[in-house]
Design a protein around this ligand. Sequence first.
Ligand code: ZN
Length: 285
Amino acid sequence: MDWRGRQGSSNVEDRRGQVVKGAAGLGGFGIILYIVLTLLGVDPGSIIGGGGAPQTNINPPKQNQQYQENATEKELRQFVSVVFKDTEDVWTEVFAREGEKYQKPTLVLYTEATQSACGVGQSGMGPFYCPQDKKVYLDLSFYQDMRTKFKAPGDFALAYVIAHEVGHHVQNQLGIMDKVQRLRGQLNEKEYNQLSVRLELQADYFAGVWAKYMQGKGYLEIGDVEEAMNAAEAVGDDRIQKKMRGTVIPDSFTHGTSAQRVKWFKKGFANGTIRGGDTFNTNDL
Ligand SMILES: [Zn+2]
């Protein structure tokens, strides 16, 4: 992806180096009051606690004690900032076409753990979006995880991940998130999981829409789309479950299979419109 020398986003909140006290003990709280949207098929309940109750103390670094980033981290930070700006530009344009104003989210960079309005986020759960505070949370070490754990290397693979999380923000602004949240109490676990799959596949579709615009602006390089599709495939529920527990349990899918994730990303890339991405009213997921 062509990104060097391009402008970054002014909506990046750098919390790297801040310490969240008590985060380690939160695993047992259990009750999740808010949905948290991750990229991966992890169970947020096992990592996040407490529904945003103020049970943690965050120690901000003392003044003049900024996080000391190394050269690799600096480059990654600049890269994700440009990608985030690209998502802002694309969605501003897409919303404007519909006569709407895009409300830009915030990208929070953190290390290890941080407080969100949805509870404590930890690196292990991968990047996530919290609808309550409209922020995307990312620990840059995930870039390495993609390369090693998920075998999805490449800068555009990480760009896809960010675009997927921003896709959840787009859903939030469109009111789709609220509808899903309202239905949550009326559905059993299996039904809710199916709804969750539709939500996740739509976020993949929106990532594809973003990629289409990036292509139109001439920022894509050869192999970029393949990197993104490889990443979408790597984070399918079936792939992750098979790796983690050796078997695949379709009813427990919350994100969709590898094939479905690639399919909807490709659809978004082909269509480039919000309208073509209705994953909720189709039998053909
Ligand atoms: Zn997601």
